[in-house]
Design a protein around this ligand. Structure first.
Ligand SMILES: [Zn+2]
Ligand SMILES: [Zn+2]
Length: 631
């Protein structure tokens, strides 16, 4: 159940500027006295604009020099005897000013001169770390933690570092703090966890969805109201957070201090959408207690296939029906489609409908085989044709099975590996959405992409194929090519044998009667054969098209479908024309094919084995002495 798409801001949080240790403009005195306020950033921005630029840096005081990052001036004043621990008249230390303005060199300098890293200051009694977190300066957070800053300290409002990162929606800092050992269930002074704060205070799917990836406790309650995160989301009317929490499995039955469940709360608030969501979820969960329901869920693809086979037969039966009235047949077909559309609604649920093209393809193949076996086989029994058709069907089924069951290259990482990768990326200044997947919390391998249907990153991603119902990636791409090849062969044979059938059983020939009469006669002769013939032609056309397209991409471009389309999209925005053939992955016709199929053609070519599931950097290709890099 998804009511809204992921917030694109999440990605922006990881955008490239985190790859640099940048400094923002100086923050004037006064920061730190505000509570959590939506307009705070605007006010700060205004105040910052109002601050005049310093013309003569040699005379400014040390606070101003720190805000502006004038290292030489600060050094001069400290060496002249200024005590770095001395707070200014606002009770703010120099380290605070350096931290909020992301002055990394000044922080190092002040600490070397004896500044206290966890000095409390400002109206909110915060540490420099709190200030850096509020402002979203990940490099500063990393530096302060290296100097021993304590992220568990609470500020004047009762929040630890992680709570502030959640309230100000700084996802990289949340990820970094948790990876460095801060518990995702850390409580603030009111006993609220980051998840409760996020569900209650930050409208929208993030950072609730992001926090849920770190397996927080869903049914923990706060000290005062004894609300769970779901209660808090309902109280705030935060529809996206409610959706995410229900999807994660939050309990619907926990009662708070007033004895209210989340549903009672929603009824009180008269939020109709949330009431509907909670009731639907309760119904789905109640259904799960029935064995029959669980069984239906398990076999949903098989049931859908069965339904599709029966529907396809029924369509053929109606078409083949001994009546000249096409109006009656049309009416019967409409009733049939109406009846079949009810099944997924009551029996299977709409989730399984993504497999509809797959079951359509498989049931088409089933009826093609049955038609061939019952109607065509007697005609071709003595010839080698029957043998070829059976072999093609068997090969098609084998490669379909292999494409379906082989892991396309889903990235797998343990909790510990994920945390290590977050720390490494953050500390090298590269916690960046180009290198880091915010959904899987892993470093993305080169050429991989996150598939939203499979909810995982896929190595050397090609596409999520609707016909196989599976992702096509590094692991199963070659099986997919054979799947397309044998599918087009099967359809091809069927089309050919349909013509043989018509020439044997219908009193018409193409040469004598012309195309139109011939087709008319063929339909009247056997509507069923024409029906399956149309299906075979349809499947032949798309499979042959995709096969040619895939082979062209693999052999001549060395690219995947995704890379090709994204390059084409990019080239639209470029002034000069972009050649798809001149990419680092194109190593020439034979080498491309040899690499793709991992086949040396009896020693003629040397295939280069690159494991795209764990390839993060450029590859040096020994065969062609070319450097591969990300497209
Ligand atoms: Zn991913
Ligand atoms: Zn997928």
């Amino acid at each position: 159940m998804r009511y809204g798409e992921e917030n694109p801001d999440v990605l922006l949080m990881f955008s490239s500027h985190y790859c640099r240790n940048h400094s923002h403009g100086p923050y004037p005195p006064g920061f730190g006295r505000h509570g959590v306020c939506a307009h705070e950033n605007k006010e700060l921005a205004k105040a910052r604009e109002a601050l005049p630029l310093i013309e003569d840096s040699s005379n400014c005081d040390i606070v101003k020099a720190t805000q502006y990052g004038i290292f030489e001036r600060c050094k001069e004043l400290v060496e002249a005897g200024y005590d770095v621990r001395q707070p200014d008249k606002e009770n703010v230390s120099l380290l605070h000013w350096a931290a909020i303005n992301n002055r990394l060199d000044l922080v190092k300098f002040y600490i070397s001169k004896g500044a206290v890293v966890d000095q409390l200051g400002g109206d909110l009694n915060s540490t420099p770390l709190h200030w850096a977190i509020r402002q979203g300066h990940l490099p500063m957070v990393i530096l302060l933690l290296q100097y021993g800053a304590d992220p568990a300290l609470i500020d004047g409002e009762g929040f630890c570092g992680i709570h502030l990162a959640v309230l100000f929606q700084h996802m990289p800092i949340i990820a970094y703090l948790i990876s460095k050992g801060q518990s995702v269930n850390t409580i603030d002074v009111n006993g609220q966890t980051p998840l409760m704060l996020s569900a209650n205070k930050v409208l929208g799917p993030e950072p609730t969805g992001f926090l849920l990836k770190f397996n927080p406790s869903l049914n923990i309650v706060d000290k005062i109201h004894q609300n769970t995160p779901l209660h808090w989301a309902v109280a705030a009317g935060n529809v996206n957070a409610v959706d995410k929490l229900l999807e994660a499995g939050s309990s619907l039955d926990v009662r708070n201090v007033k004895g209210e469940t989340p549903l009672d709360m929603a009824l009180q608030n008269k939020n109709r959408l949330i009431i509907h969501m909670l009731k639907t979820e309760a119904k789905t969960r109640a259904n799960k207690n029935f064995r029959l329901w669980r069984w239906l869920q398990k076999c949903e693809v098989f049931l859908l296939l069965l339904l599709s086979v029966i529907t396809m037969w029924a369509v053929g039966y109606i078409l083949d029906f001994d009546s000249d009235s096409w109006l009656l047949k049309g009416f019967l077909l409409i009733i049939l489609f109406f009846l079949t559309s009810l099944f997924p609604r009551f029996l299977l649920g709409y989730k399984s409908l993504i497999y509809l093209p797959t079951v359509f393809l498989l049931s088409s193949i089933f009826w093609m085989f049955m038609t061939w076996f019952i109607l065509f086989f007697p005609d071709v029994a003595g010839t080698p044709l029957y043998f070829v058709f059976i072999i093609s069907i068997a090969a098609f089924l084998y490669f379909f099975y292999k494409t379906w069951t082989t892991d396309p290259g889903f990235t797998k990482a343990s909790e510990e590996e994920k945390k290590m990768s977050i720390i490494t990326l953050a500390e090298t200044g590269c916690l960046d959405f180009r290198t880091f997947c915010t959904s899987c919390l892993i470093r993305k391998p080169l050429r991989s992409l996150h598939c939203h249907v499979c909810n995982s990153c896929v190595a050397r991603y090609d596409q999520h194929c609707m016909w196989t119902g599976r992702c096509i990636g590094f692991g199963n791409h070659h099986y997919y090519i054979f799947f397309l090849f044998f599918l087009s062969i099967v359809c091809d044979w069927f089309i050919y044998e349909s013509f043989i059938y018509w020439s044997n059983h219908c009193t018409t020939t193409f040469k004598e009667d012309g195309l139109w009469t011939y087709l008319n006669q063929a339909v009247t002769c056997s509507p069923w054969v024409m029906y399956i013939f149309v299906l075979a032609s349809f499947h032949f056309s798309w499979s042959a098209f995709l096969l040619i397209n895939q082979l062209f991409q693999i052999a001549f471009l060395g690219l995947t479908s995704y890379e090709r389309t994204s390059l084409l999209k990019q080239s639209k925005h470029m002034k000069q024309t972009l050649s798809l053939r001149r990419t680092p992955y194109n190593l020439g016709f034979t080498q491309n094919l040899a690499d793709f199929f991992q086949c040396g053609c009896f020693g003629l070519v040397k295939p280069c084995a690159v494991d795209w599931t764990s390839q993060y950097t450029m590859v040096f290709h020994p065969a062609k002495e070319k450097v591969l890099r990300s497209v």
